[in-house]
Design a protein around this ligand. Structure first.
Ligand SMILES: Cc1cc2nc3c(=O)[nH]c(=O)nc-3n(C[C@H](O)[C@H](O)[C@H](O)COP(=O)(O)O)c2cc1C
Length: 172
């Protein structure tokens, strides 16, 4: 659903969404979504506009410790929606989860076929987050139409990372 209320999300809800997408689920470090060769090429960023107890800004999700690393200060929702070809509902999500990948982690082992694997993995991870959003009674939408470099710039992604999918989330 591309409609969100202005109500804030709770930090616990945000944590649960990120865990479902890419959290660690076993002592060996395996994660909530499958990964070819367990190479885990995905990186998740979180753009926060309105979350209780979390200042607006960009954060990076650290699966191994289930924590958010502050990445950049300030509300980026306007810039992010601009980079997403002015799709206005992106601005109205109280958070946007940005799915990125370091393709080389997978192509180093699997060659060109690794690109396919990375894209499949993004689908697994995003679907987990979508199902978790439904379970929490939240609305979430998915966005693949955006200017790659624009999104990577707004979220200050590493050069090795490629922005692949955006997911604005909010209360119903
Ligand atoms: C890879 C992919 C990219 C998408 N990109 C966008 C997008 O940029 N903007 C948008 O509004 N919806 C986007 N969608 C959502 C589809 O438009 C939506 O899933 C479809 O209309 C069916 O609606 P439903 O998912 O609500 O059932 C995307 C979906 C997928 C799978």
């Amino acid at each position: 659903m591309r409609a969100f209320s202005h109500q804030p999300l709770a930090l616990a809800e945000v944590a649960q969404l990120l865990w479902a997408a890419q959290g660690v689920t076993s002592a060996e470090g395996l994660r909530a979504a499958p990964s070819a060769g367990a190479l885990y090429p995905l990186e998740l960023y979180l753009a926060v506009r309105n979350v209780d107890g979390l200042p607006a800004g960009v954060y990076k999700y650290l699966p191994e410790v289930h924590r958010l690393k502050p990445w950049a200060e300030g509300d980026r929702s306007h810039d992010l929606a601009g980079a997403a070809l002015d799709q206005d509902f992106v601005r109205r999500g109280v958070i946007v989860i940005a799915f990125a990948a370091v393709e080389a982690r997978t192509t180093a082992k699997y060659g060109e076929r690794g690109v396919r694997y990375v894209h499949i993995e993004i689908g697994h991870s995003a679907q987990n987050a979508l199902l978790q959003a439904v379970a929490l009674g939240l609305n979430a939408a998915v966005v693949g139409a955006f200017d790659d470099q624009g999104v990577e710039h707004v979220l200050q992604m590493h050069r090795s990372e490629q922005a692949l999918y955006l997911m604005p989330v909010g209360k119903r």
